[in-house]
Design a protein around this ligand. Sequence first.
Ligand code: ADP
Length: 370
Amino acid sequence: MMHQAAISLGITVRLLAEGPDVSAAQVIADVTVGDYTDPATVEAFATGCDVITFDHEHVPTTILHDLQSRGIAVRPGPDALVHAQDKAVMRARMEAIGAPNPTWRVCADADELRAFGDEIGWPIIAKTSRGGYDGKGVWKIEGPDGVDEPFTGMKQVSAGEQVVIVAEEFVPFARELSALVVRSPSGQAAAYPISESVQTGGICVETLTPAPGLSEPAAVAAQQLALRISHELGVVGMLAVELMERADGSVVVNELAMRPHNTGHWTIDAARTSQFENHIRAVLDLPLGEPDMRAPVAVMANVLGGDETDLTGALLHCFARDRELRAHLYGKEVKPGRKVGHVTTYGDDLEVVRRRAAHAAGYLMGDPNA
Ligand code: ADP
């Protein structure tokens, strides 16, 4: 999706892909298949590139520092990116800049985790500092008996990285919000409207924009928080600040992502400038585009792999039924629960727009009665 934006800007993209069949490798001409954790592979790949950016955060920062010292622009840079890689580093930094954190602590072993829970009250959340995604590497621990689980589980998640367990107070949040901002090296920044991210089993299934019922002052405060974080951390490109909103309207930061984010996929069709185009503009230090919406409400629904395997064929029904539906398929093999595409609808009435998206996504997942 970044490539689509780059084409219009006349930018040639070179891709380092982890396999020959990944989505981006299917459409980009200049592909190197290699391991992004191997310094020699990344350095050979980067030679001749004007600027390096990412569609995930996992390239080791030591490699990125080496690229920078060779004069290659890395955007976002490793000193910012580490806050999206490591939740312990992120929590410490949020605390230092006064951004809202849950009560948290790095725990070296099960005894320390038990002490944390006894002190602040159960349940608690334990997370691996690195390597988690879509709810993997996150455990809700109901009481002292469960404190061994994250220390056993972290071995599966971490693959030998420098990983610690971060304990957090369990935040009884009412919903999750996403604040997306983009910042250029010159310091220009833009904030997208705040989205609600509807999650099932740790996976985002739907976004609603603007977040329903969020007051104007609360939305502006969330945008300002995200802009401040991007400025303090020196982020270049897109920053997604995932927020947990309590029933009283207060928020805490859950995690940061420094790349175009799933909760911003609606912007391709329903914002004046998509997050992908603004990310590319930012890393090139071009003036940023307007982030505002093309319609009062927009809904994005993820297509998770289900019984339907011929997704393009299934579009016949979806497009015949809804001429304003927008669909994006990722060229991935359909596997149960895997994100294989998304649909976006927009219009005036949230209930109607939401139903249209749910029907199309459900149909593409193999449920004709969705
Ligand atoms: P991942 O890296 O898998 O996205 P997150 O840190 O976002 O991990 O956590 C996954 C989910 O766990 C969140 O979307 C949220 O629902 C829940 N969660 C995370 N931290 C807390 C917390 N402190 N209190 C309550 N729920 C939490």
